[in-house]
Design a binder for this molecule. Structure first.
Ligand SMILES: Nc1ncnc2c1ncn2[C@@H]1O[C@H](COP(=O)(O)OP(=O)(O)O)[C@@H](O)[C@H]1O
Ligand SMILES: [Mg+2]
Length: 211
């Protein structure tokens, strides 16, 4: 008997677009219909990646865009080799909250040359592991602003203006990637209700899993 490989499905989008909310709904749904799967996130999934996450979020640290990209790729290699690939080989679908499109969007910001370089780095780092399906939760700037402001009021965001600008650049980055890879990346209007977004996510996943 041969094992059927699992699929790598990623959720992408700027901060507060609803990824964590939807991850937990995907988990509930896949568990309820007995589909073998694991959930994970980036940067994370393995101890080395948590070290990178803390390096990048330490205040006062000013990493260049390329420096950040290399650190994130280092974490991604470990995560992919130790966690993602073994699970896929064992036939479990891997649902990942952010993967390499986050690096392409945040550090590439829609600039074709930068994105090209980042794709080369990805290929050198993890080879041909590319998501089978990427669900991009896209929220328009105004609504995103409201969600980010709410987070800032809860004390989760320190430099609001900087954060807002970064998310706007990353959104441009995602728009560019969506144009470049329309077969893999599906745009979902995440301005809709949580239930509506969840329904669309389930429809895409069912289509890709052949359910
Ligand atoms: N479709 C939605 N409509 C309105 N608010 C939402 C929606 N999805 C998520 N939220 C809210 O937006 C905030 C950010 O959601 P979260 O899932 O943590 O985003 P992310 O993980 O992408 O940063 C949370 O307060 C969440 O309750
Ligand atoms: Mg989240």
């Amino acid at each position: 008997m041969f094992a059927v490989k699992g699929l790598l499905i990623t959720l992408e989008g700027v901060d507060a677009c609803g990824k964590s909310t939807q991850m937990s709904l995907v988990k509930k749904w896949l568990t309820s219909i007995d589909i073998p799967h694991v959930l994970t996130r980036e940067p994370g999934g393995v101890p080395q990646a948590d070290i990178v996450r803390s390096l990048l979020s330490r205040s006062g640290n000013q990493w260049s865009s390329m420096g950040q990209a290399l650190l994130l790729n280092a974490a991604r290699v470990e995560h992919t080799v130790a966690f993602i690939t073994p699970n896929l080989s064992a036939g479990r679908h891997v649902i990942c909250d952010r993967y390499f499109d986050s690096t392409l969007a945040y550090q590439g910001q829609g600039d074709p040359e930068r994105v090209e370089k980042l794709l080369m780095i990805h290929k050198m780092a993890v080879g041909n592991v590319i998501p089978d399906l990427t669900l991009w939760l896209d929220v328009d700037a105004e609504r995103l602003n409201t969600r980010l402001q709410r987070r800032a009021q809860q004390g989760e965001v320190h430099d609001f203006e900087k954060k807002k600008n970064l998310q706007e650049l990353a959104r441009k980055g995602y728009q560019y990637l969506h144009q470049q890879f329309p077969d893999r990346i599906k745009r979902i209007e995440a301005d809709m209700s949580v239930a509506e977004v969840s329904y669309i996510i389930q429809k895409y996943i069912m289509q890709y899993l052949g359910l």
